[in-house]
Design a binder for this molecule. Sequence first.
Ligand code: URA
Length: 301
Amino acid sequence: MEAEQIQEEVGALAAHLQRIGIRWLPKPQPESVAKLSAEIVGAVEELPASSPDLSSAPPASPTVPAGPPSTTSRSEEPRNRPPSVRPANRLASVASVEVSKESYPGASLSSDDRSSALQQLQLEVAECTRCETLSSCRKTTVFGEGASSPRFVFFGEGPGADEDRTGRPFVGRAGQLLTKMIEACTLKREQVYIFNTVKCRPPGNRNPEPDELANCRPYYQSQFNILRPEYIVCLGSVSAQELLQSRLSVGRLRGTFHQYHDSKVLVTYHPAYLLRNPAAKKAAWQDLQLMLRDAGIDIKR
Ligand code: URA
C-alpha cells in the first residue's frame, strides 16, 4: 500500500470516528494523521519480503446479501450501522467531493449527549413563533426523528398535513415512499435521521418562503451540528438549494457529491415528485446507489 493511500485512509478513519462521537480521539489534525500514518508505513516497510499477500484476503465484514434485510439480523447490528462497510471502497470516491468546507463547529458529542441536545432543541422548536403565519396555522411542530448518531440523514422540505397532525416527518404518502427508498438501501428508518428545512407546515402545502427558511435555519443547522452525519440526502430542490445555498435545479445538482461541513451531500428527487413522476424513480435509485457505493454498502440487484 502506498504511503499516500495509508495517510488518506487513516485521515478518513479518524474523521469518521470523530464524526460518530468517539470522544477520546484527538481532532484529526494533519500532523497527527501524518505521524500515525508514518508509523504505519514504517511498520509495513519492516515486514519481511516473504509476507503473504494480504490484498486477496476476504473483507473483514460480510457483504449484504441481495434482497430485503432480515429483521432479526438487523436488530443485532451495532448501533445505527449497516453491516457491510468497506472503507477502501468508500475512500475511492472521496476525490469526487466538490468543495471542501470547514468542519462542524465545536466538539462532537457522545450519543447520550446528542439525544439530550436534540430533546432540548425540540422543546425550543415547539415554542417557536418566529414565523407568524406558520406558527399560527400549525397543529404541531415537526422536529425530526431517528438515530442520534446516524451515518445517513434524509433532509426534506417541510411537513404536510399528515406530518402536521402527527408531529412526525414523512409519514404521509411521500413518507411511505421514502421509507421504501431507505429500505431499498438495506437500512431501516430507525437507523437514519429524517427532518425538514422548516418545522411547521406551510399552509396549502406551498413552498416555504425565504424568510421562513431563514427563521428555521438555526434549528436545522443545530440539528446537523449535533448529528454530524457522514451523508446527507437532500430530497428535492427546496432542501438542496437551502442547504447548499444554490439556485441550481435538482437535475443539475444530482449525480455528484457536494459538501456541508464534514458531511457528503447527495441531492435527489423528492418522493412526492417521484409519486407524480414515476419515470424519475430510476434516476433517484441511481443517486442512492452512488451513495451506497461510496459508503461501501453492497447492493446486488
Ligand atoms: N414532505 C416533506 O418534505 N417533508 C415531510 O415531512 C413530508 C412531506
